[in-house]
Design a protein around this ligand. Structure first.
Ligand SMILES: Cc1ncc(COP(=O)(O)O)c(C=O)c1O
Length: 399
């Protein structure tokens, strides 16, 4: 606990037991002015929100659309989302009852977990994985059960899933394209996982926020498209990544009415509704600027290929990202923890990346490099990285 407690009564134990995001921890090690340190740490695209979408936000303010909206989200937006979802998931969702507009995908993670998890229920998380899942499960009093996928190049296999399922298992959280590995599962792999999930009668939350940022197809397959999965599946998506809209805070959840209705109760209590201005902008993002992801993918492909080429030259191995804007690079050969490696990079060459252990303990031995930066910055960053690696190699050969 930070600070000195002044009261004798304890605060909520689930809150007390929840850690802060490991990604933010990295900034604590940066002692120099931020402009001197290249930070390849954040999960945020450097490009601006598309023009028409921004204009829609401005217009919403000018027209005084600045009041509460329907708690589920503006109906016209929900219609647009369900049309979009039909195209991507080949699954019809009712715009009135089966979609909830949230404050970023982050709120959706919390809603889904809180609505489904009773204290003691086990939630299966895939490692390496996004940090917020563990935190949200702990906050809800659930038990995170982490699947180690290092032996299968970070692809979740049906037998790995089967092995961790117990009587107490309630929910599986999938995130493909995966943060931090960039792995995308095929439709066939998802069908096989769905078979295990159905056999054990589990719920699934599929976090698809990177589904349009993929390099070899238009959008990534999702378990939500597997036949007969709808009744047990909550689909989470949003505009932060696909439309460079992290600050607008728009996400959405799709699922059967019986689940969405329960999530809605929490949403209504917590936030009422997502920002009216952002919702209006989102309508334009998903119509006029619908193809924004396809327009930015070539930029990210160029950056990815550049980073991978440099890592090859430096002698660092990785799993080639098929989606997202992250590379999960293997630093095991340096014989130090990923956190120590990150501290070393910051201290010696003013470069920050995220330690793999921030993505659960099975991410140890790796670092996440975000390439959501201009090529010129990436070039300088990789030069610095190369210098740091040379230093470590020198130290090794001297010892
Ligand atoms: C896998 C994943 N899910 C959800 C989020 C949260 O997105 P949002 O900005 O919409 O809350 C992130 C953000 O980095 C993420 O990487």
């Amino acid at each position: 606990m930070k600070g000195t407690p002044l009261m004798t009564k304890n605060i909520n134990k689930n809150v007390h037991n929840t850690g802060l995001s490991g990604i933010r921890l990295v900034s604590n090690f940066i002692k120099k002015p931020v402009n001197e340190v290249i930070q390849l740490t954040v999960g945020e695209i450097d490009l601006p929100t598309p023009f028409a979408t921004k204009q829609a936000g401005i217009k919403a303010i000018e027209q005084d659309h600045t009041k509460y909206t329907d708690n589920m989200g503006i109906l016209a937006l929900r219609r647009i989302i369900t049309e979009y979802a039909q195209e991507i998931y080949s699954e019809p969702y009712n715009p009135v009852t089966e979609v909830l507009v949230t404050v970023g995908a982050s709120e959706g993670i919390d809603l889904a977990i809180r609505a489904l998890v009773n204290p003691g229920d086990e939630v299966i998380l895939v490692s390496p994985g996004y940090t917020a899942y563990t935190q949200a499960v702990t906050l809800a009093g659930g038990v995170p059960v982490v699947v180690d996928t290092r032996s299968s190049n970070f692809r979740l296999l049906p037998n790995q899933l089967e092995e961790v399922i117990s009587e107490k298992s309630k929910l599986v959280i999938l995130n493909y394209p995966n943060n931090p590995s960039g792995v995308v599962l095929s439709s066939q792999e998802l069908v096989e996982l769905a078979n295990v999930i159905k056999r054990h009668d589990l719920y699934v939350l599929t976090d698809d926020v990177y589904n349009r940022l993929v390099y070899d197809q238009d959008f990534a397959p999702s378990i939500a498209s597997v036949p007969d999965m709808k009744e047990r599946t909550l689909v989470l998506n949003g505009l932060s990544k696909s439309h460079s809209m992290t600050g607008w805070r728009i996400g959405y959840l799709l699922g059967p009415e019986c689940l969405i209705h329960e999530l809605y109760k929490i949403h209504q209590t917590d936030v009422g509704c997502a920002s009216s201005i952002s919702q209006e902008a989102a309508m334009t993002a998903l119509t006029v600027d619908r193809d924004n992801p396809s327009e930015i993918v070539p930029i990210f492909r160029e950056r990815r290929d550049y980073v991978l080429k440099r890592l090859d030259e430096i002698g660092i191995s990785y799993i080639k990202p098929e989606g997202t804007f992250y590379v999960f690079a293997n630093i095991e050969k340096f014989g130090m923890t990923s956190l120590d490696f990150v501290k070393f990079l910051i201290q010696t060459v003013d470069l920050a990346v995220v330690h793999g252990s921030a993505f659960t303990e099975f991410g140890e031995g790796f670092i996440r490099i975000s390439y959501a930066m201009d090529l010129s910055i990436l070039k300088e960053a990789l030069d610095r990285f190369q210098a740091a690696v040379a230093k470590l190699n020198n130290q090794k050969s001297l010892s």
